[in-house]
Design a protein around this ligand. Structure first.
Ligand code: BGC
Length: 928
């Protein structure tokens, strides 16, 4: 083994100072000092503080987090920049200080909780920050950012719930339109709307739609938690005004799930709106939803998430949100009693139309159907331009795939009608898009279109929660790049306020198991901190008193439907993942009772022998089934084994979480449980020779990655796993085993097999659907078979992200971007790229809480090149598969001139780096 050489350079001193600062910071965050010592000059803009966010958002308004967390990024054109101290100033609108930290010696720049004067409802707080770097140079003060509080007390809601009186009892209930007029008399300083609904709403003022948000107020367990939104409407208010809102059934009273035909949360739609106007002279005016409002139904004859919308343009009330509109023949609203105590501010990213796609083809199918091909399986709807006679009816039906003959196919949507119907007004060019429905589709059948449809007349509106895109992965294999595309589109198609299983059939529910396995991949692709924070609160709200977690959140099933292993464990796994990715301790604190209740629930169910051997579980859902070999039915992993393994895993995470939260007593309790479960697992499921009773890939993945084997059996188990993969030459895993498979193989010395599985093109594999033209992840390995036939209609979605969980391995193992669990949130990261399979390059770009991280490698003839960029205020350990470092260069210099800390450990080279860009190169012959 080559001796490690240390070259002492200035860099060593920098790294040492970084380490000292980092170490001190753990205790220093609370040290506050009025720094009257002479300061060094402000750094002249080389180091800058920017991208200020509050609760993961830029200048949010209407939040109800009492101690919002503040974050910033630091940009610098120099390497090895760390923050050694920061100072935050928070002021109210008049410049009066609300919180002034003084100089705090800390390297924390992410999620610093406001700790100033208690914030009042509707209060706006402006804030600025400056930092000192590791040379003790101060930056300039950042630009000002702000946040604004919502209504913190339900008594502040003066508005009344208004509804439509004597609604027809018909099946398709048309959407009510609510409106009122009001006047203002003075110069307006600011105006805010606070709004929510029972059902979904769209808001208009003076003829304009307020906000691009869709599906507001979002989906929560409405009778426990109901979100409101706040909009700045200062520029929309005039002297004479009209305000109006349409309310649709949505999840509230449309059909959702299979328990009830409709009315899951209630049978009355309603609106709650409060418009607060502040005048320049210091006075104010409040407009509320009350009995002065008028209501009537209009062109939206029916609106259903599963079934689509029927819109009759002949019934439009043109200008209904203009002041001059005559609403004499509208009805007076009725006031209903509904709790305001359940109101909460929105926390997640709103659903929006994020992207638009033009169709790529107009097809006439063998059956003679006129079908648009969007070229991409997407979630949203079709915007249509049409010109024709009054009363003509255009019917748009949505499907994900064509059948083997090329005909329109949608039996896999089960009972979802997924059809939008538009009846023309005949007033020239008309544009239609639905209001409160969405479809999962690539193909649209068009019927009744007057004239010949032209591609130009149609646009696909792609909707999803407007999360910040954070990650890209690419490599030299174009099929894998398409897989990555499909994974990201699986996320776009299914992160619609909640993480849904699928966007097309009569389901679209927040299935917990799917979200659990996909969450780490999701957090590479997009910033999902706010999204999952909100959904975890939904989970806690619907969790049963005894700790049982429902199968899907929000829960629309009977209360007894829940508690499945690997599904309900979402309660622990998601908060842990969010903590790891964003260094967000608050989600751990807030979810702690829920997580603990879930693990305690398992403990009760498992009982004294620590084996969870009863209850209903989904098991390794949709695992490989053999249709050819009559002596092998498929890979069945015993559900009890899975349940006991997940018991250990969740208890282990809970113990770690208890440590993070300094609940040492709890940590001990759960560590003890883990030990007992592991012992029980070994005696029940592992033969004396180290074979698992379920001799499947999934079982070995669980046992190895959840650390459930005696040390001396680990390599044997890994060999059993590898042998199984070699025997079948393919994966046999379902929802539970698949996310662990490549990870477990590569962690145990079989990365060649992991690459083989990833690059395999035949069924079953990740790339088989890609070879079949998939543009999203399929629910089943063989959703469409090589002969073009389909899997059974009951369970065959073409947009189900669970198997996309392989994305985590692609980002972390191939491209090499890993969190350091002991210093999470990418404050310190492990960059460990891996060459394998046919790949000659791979790269990840990732926008972390500190800034952009790049990790990319390439084999260029005889040279291995590895480019890294890590943001200011972070450090990394680079681990390269290289033993021989003599010929290695960094930024065109010998590695020893640039890096002080170069170690050879287990045939690999480990290098500690500070922020900045590094270009490592060495001959490929040096690779091990
Ligand atoms: C969903 C799955 C889910 C499962 C429970 C299905 O109907 O689509 O993705 O996890 O039920 O096993």
């Amino acid at each position: 083994m080559k001796k490690t050489i240390l070259t002492i350079t200035l860099f060593t001193l920098v790294i040492l100072s970084i380490l000292v600062i980092t170490k001190n910071s753990q205790t220093a965050t609370t040290i506050r000092r009025n720094d009257h010592q002479p300061q060094k000059q402000e750094i002249d803009s080389k180091v800058q503080v920017l991208d200020l966010t509050c609760e993961y958002k830029i200048n949010p308004i209407g939040i109800d987090v009492k101690a919002p967390r503040l974050s910033w990024k630091i940009s610098s054109d120099q390497n090895n920049i760390m923050q050694s101290a920061y100072e935050i100033n928070v002021m109210d609108e008049n410049g009066v200080s609300l919180w002034s930290t003084g100089k705090i010696f800390s390297d924390q720049s992410v999620n610093i909780a406001y700790n100033g004067v208690p914030l009042k409802s509707q209060q706006r707080a402006y804030w600025q920050v400056r930092i000192w770097d590791n040379n003790n140079d101060a930056t300039k003060w950042s630009e000002k950012a702000y946040w604004e509080m919502g209504l913190l007390d339900s008594n502040e809601w003066l508005a009344k719930w208004i509804s439509i009186p004597n609604e027809e009892k018909q099946k398709n209930r048309p959407c009510p339109f609510f409106r009122t007029n009001f006047n203002t008399s003075k110069e307006i300083k600011s105006a805010r709307v606070y709004i929510t609904s029972l059902g979904l709403y769209q808001l208009f003022i003076n003829g304009e739609k307020i906000s691009n948000d869709l599906f507001s107020p979002g989906w929560t367990s409405y009778n426990k938690r109901l979100q409101y939104q706040v909009y700045d409407v200062t520029n929309s208010i005039k002297k004479q005004n009209a305000v109006g809102a349409i309310v649709g059934d949505g999840w509230y009273r449309g059909k959702i799930g299979w328990l009830k035909p409709n009315n899951f949360y209630g049978d009355k739609l309603a609106l709650l709106l409060q418009l607060e106007i502040d005048y320049a002279d210091g006075t104010s005016q409040t407009i509320i939803s009350d009995d002065n409002w008028k209501v009537r139904t209009g062109p939206i004859l029916s609106s259903s998430i599963y079934n689509g919308e029927i819109y009759d343009a002949r019934l439009e009330n043109k200008d209904w949100t203009n002041y001059s509109f005559n609403d004499n023949n509208w009805r007076s609203v009725t006031i209903i009693n509904h709790s305001k105590d359940v109101l909460i501010a929105s926390q997640s990213d709103p659903v929006q139309g994020v992207q638009e796609l033009k169709p790529i083809k107009l097809i006439t199918t063998p059956k003679g159907e006129t079908v648009l091909d969007m070229g991409q399986n997407m979630t949203g709807w079709l915007r249509m331009k049409v010109n024709g006679p009054k009363g003509d009816k255009v019917v748009l039906s949505f499907a994900e795939v064509l059948d083997k003959d090329g005909n329109f196919y949608r039996e896999n949507l089960r009972s979802a009608k997924a059809t939008d119907t538009y009846i023309l007004s005949g007033d020239g060019e008309e544009i239609f898009e639905p209001h409160f429905t969405f479809h999962g589709f690539r193909f649209v059948k068009i019927e009744g279109y007057p004239g010949t449809p032209d591609l130009e007349d149609f646009t696909g509106v792609v909707i999803h929660s407007a999360m910040e895109p954070t990650g890209t992965f690419s490599c030299s294999n174009t099929l894998i790049n398409q897989l990555q595309h499909n994974i990201q589109w699986g996320q776009k198609g299914n992160f619609l306020d909640i993480p849904t299983d699928c966007p097309q059939r009569d389901e679209r529910l927040g299935w917990t198991g799917d979200a659990q396995v996909f969450c780490p991949t999701a957090a590479y692709n997009y910033n999902v901190a706010a999204f999952f924070t909100k959904w975890m609160k939904d989970l806690a709200a619907d969790q049963r008193k005894d700790g049982l977690v429902p199968h899907a959140i929000p829960n629309v099933m009977p209360d007894s439907d829940g508690g499945s292993t690997a599904w309900a464990d979402v309660a622990v796994i998601v908060p842990w993942t969010i903590y790891q990715v964003y260094n967000d301790k608050r989600i751990l604190e807030e979810q702690y009772p829920s997580m603990k209740a879930w693990v305690d629930y398992i403990k009760n169910r498992a009982g004294d022998d620590y084996l969870w051997t009863e209850d209903n579980h989904f098991g390794d859902w949709l695992a490989f089934k053999s249709e050819q070999a009559s002596d092998y039915t498929g890979a069945t992993t015993e559900k009890d084994l899975i349940a006991t393994a997940y018991y250990a895993y969740s208890a282990n995470l809970l113990a770690k979480i208890a440590h993070v939260l300094r609940k040492e007593k709890d940590a001990k309790i759960y560590e003890e449980i883990v030990k007992n479960v592991k012992d029980a697992f070994i005696s029940e499921y592992v033969t004396p020779n180290g074979r698992l009773v379920s001799h499947t890939q999934t079982a070995y993945c669980l046992a190895l990655s959840f650390d459930l084997l005696p040390d001396n059996f680990r390599s044997k188990a890994a060999k059993y796993l590898a042998d199984d993969v070699r025997k079948f030459k393919h994966l046999t895993t379902g929802f539970v085993g698949t996310p662990l498979l490549c990870k477990t193989l590569s962690d145990n010395g079989y990365s060649d097999l992991a690459f083989m599985l990833l690059e395999r093109k035949d069924y079953p594999s990740w790339l088989y659907p890609v070879t079949q033209g998939a543009t999203t992840i399929w629910e089943r390995w063989d959703g469409q078979k090589p002969d073009g036939s389909f899997q059974s209609v009951g369970m065959n979605s073409f947009n189900h992200y669970a198997y996309g969980a392989i994305g985590e391995w692609m980002y972390s193992y191939i491209a090499g971007l890993n969190i350091d669990p002991s210093n999470p949130g990418y404050k310190h990261m492990i960059l460990a790229p891996h060459i394998g399979g046919s790949l000659t390059n791979a790269e990840v770009n990732y926008e972390s809480g500190y800034g952009t991280i790049t990790s990319g490698w390439e084999i260029n003839k005889d040279e291995f090149c590895y480019s890294v960029c890590i943001p200011a205020n972070t450090t990394a350990t680079v681990i390269l598969p290289i033993e021989e470092t003599e010929q290695m260069t960094v930024n065109s210099k010998s590695i020893y001139q640039v890096c002080s800390d170069v170690r050879t450990i287990s045939n690999q080279t480990e290098i500690t780096i500070g922020s900045g860009s590094y270009d490592f190169r060495c001959p490929t012959a040096s690779l091990k």
